[in-house]
Design a protein around this ligand. Sequence first.
Ligand code: NAD
Ligand code: TYD
Length: 379
Amino acid sequence: MSKRNIVITGGAGFIGSHVVRLFVNKYPEYNIINLDKLTYAGNLANLKDIEDKPNYKFVKMDICDFEAFCKLMQEERIDGIIHLAAESHVDRSIKDPFTFARTNVMGTLSLLQAAKLYWESLPEKYVGKLFYHISTDEVYGALTMNHPEGIEPPFTTTASSGGYHHAYGKDFFYEDTKYNPHSPYSASKASSDHFVRAFHDTYGMPTVVTNCSNNYGPYQFPEKLIPLFIHNICHRKPLPVYGKGENVRDWLFVEDHARAIDLIFHQGKVADTYNIGSFNEWKNIDIIKVVIRTVDRLLERREGEDMDLITYVTDRLGHDARYAIDSSKLQKELGWEPLYQFEEGIEKTVRWYLENQEWMDNITSGEYERYYDSMYNNR
Ligand code: NAD
Ligand code: TYD
């Protein structure tokens, strides 16, 4: 295996920390640089187990800082970029769309331009280089719940890969599905995807884009549905279900996403797009009930006794009805398969949050934010 110098942006966040951990442990011959601004969502405690490894380095940097990133590309002789840094929460994007345009669009463009300048200055130019952009299925918009005549959803249907969908509708997101983003978050991600593809088409930069479904697992910031609800159930706080809880999301265990990223980084076709998902659709209210039962059981409460915490609240503006990914292309072309069944993944996830209450308490008390601010801003 040859030596590589790779920047992973957003490595202190939820998915990024799993990708950093996987690469640092699996490829001791690579230099892995975790570049992260440490916004409210970034937390170096996510990487405690690998922070002392010789092939790992953390750099606190804003992806919008073009000059600083140009310098880093040169100094570290970067040949691969795996770009996860982003503002990632739809509710925040509804309140503050500007931050999303700045980080997700301008930040991505800044990385692309810096990579272009550096790689084009080398004798070998783009040979052996890759800009890998991590995106979301939300860029495709929303699907409907049109199910086959006479069959009540969720139903099982054969996917084009030969696998099965646990599905609420007949239509799915494919790699060639037209972009139709609705939220400021998904609009900003769609825009960044277009910039990445434009850098391939215009300058010949080797790029790849993947669009993944909703992730769940350890280290997810507790503003997202699953960790927020686990936290609230533990503390017997209300569980705010938007609208009727009928919206459908397609859930993938985060370690399976990280494995897909590893595979695509090494074997994906340049300029291509891959959808990542595990054919695992759930109505919000159903997944919430599974989470309540699992937390209750693991805390040795009566299973289901916390159902009365469910509180229906005003719906999210522009709330997308259904997301469902068809990942047959990735399965057929690169042989990726999710390792986790949903039941196993959710059990592992709930257990992790219950066993890592301190991690959760630090975030919810805002302590880690103050700690890292003082640690890095005063150097
Ligand atoms: P996250 O919010 O947990 O983490 C984002 C990370 O990016 C944080 O560490 C944050 O500090 C960092 N960051 C934010 N702005 C930055 C900036 N200007 N400069 C440098 N770093 C900055 O997000 P996540 O859920 O891990 O998502 C990671 C990526 O995967 C995002 O691009 C997201 O769009 C995409 N994605 C997420 C999901 C999901 O379900 N979470 C699904 C599909 C795709
Ligand atoms: P979220 O985890 O924010 O992911 P996304 O919006 O990217 O899909 O939300 C998942 C689903 O859960 C989404 O349909 C909105 C819903 N939701 C609630 O009903 N209540 C909540 O408090 C949150 C955070 C989400």
